[in-house]
Design a protein around this ligand. Structure first.
Ligand code: MTE
Ligand code: MO
Length: 202
């Protein structure tokens, strides 16, 4: 007879398989920001896709709401060694965003720029195919300001520092130029399964 454990309680071995190396499971949602949470008013909010100082597409909050939104459930992993399972988000995938904006990617590299001045680099190859979204809802509620509301980039298969909170600009750049933490010792890609924490990790 095969038993699958008690309802509502995942067996520990299964948890272990879902945890990247060096990570521990948490059930809360820590806030990690460089500075104070920027106050981003919805009337002033704007998201722009840019390249070479030109705006390729941009949306007001109202316009953004009209884009097709999709839900995703994902495990998230922070380089400070906590992971959280089954987080539930809703937003606009990067595929849908590029399509809606009529944007043909001019390069393969993206620097996310945020309302607090934070930046992080994420190649397009790590975003297409529903791997990334501009998330505006978490656990069925509007995304809380301290977690990046009104809107943050979410790239759950990379360490969470890549998921730029309060995103303002999705900038195509000519090369995989490092962002804020990547310039200060974090890995250029940040795959938790390969434990790419710091610059010289494989
Ligand atoms: N704009 C912005 N985005 C950011 C940060 C930040 O300071 N500013 N911190 C990053 C880091 S280091 C982490 S670990 C995650 C934390 O997300 P959370 O506060 O929702 O847990 O956001 C990332 N995105
Ligand atoms: Mo972080």
């Amino acid at each position: 007879m095969v038993t699958r454990g008690f309802v509502g309680r995942r067996p520990k071995a299964d948890d272990a398989r879902r945890l990247p190396p060096g990570q521990s499971l948490t059930t809360d949602f820590p806030v990690l920001s460089l500075g104070p949470t920027p106050a981003v008013r919805l009337e002033r909010w704007k998201l722009a896709i840019t390249h070479d100082r030109k705006v390729l597409a941009s949306w007001s909050w109202e316009e953004f709401q009209a884009l097709p939104h999709t839900p995703i459930t994902a495990d998230i992993h922070c380089v400070t060694k906590w992971s959280r399972f089954d987080t539930q988000w809703e937003g606009v995938t990067i595929d849908a965003l590029l399509l809606a904006g009529g944007v043909t990617p001019p390069t393969q590299f993206v620097l996310a720029k945020c309302y607090d001045g934070y930046t992080t680099n994420i190649p397009l190859a790590d975003q297409r195919g529903a791997q990334a979204m501009i998330a505006t809802r978490y656990a069925g509620e509007p995304l809380a300001a301290e977690h990046g509301g009104p809107a943050r980039l979410l790239v759950p298969h990379l360490y969470l520092w890549k998921s730029a909170k309060w995103i303002a600009e999705f900038r195509f750049v000519e090369w995989n130029a490092p962002g804020f933490w990547e310039e200060r010792g974090y890995h250029i890609r940040g795959d938790p399964w390969q434990e790419q924490r710091y610059t010289n990790d494989p």
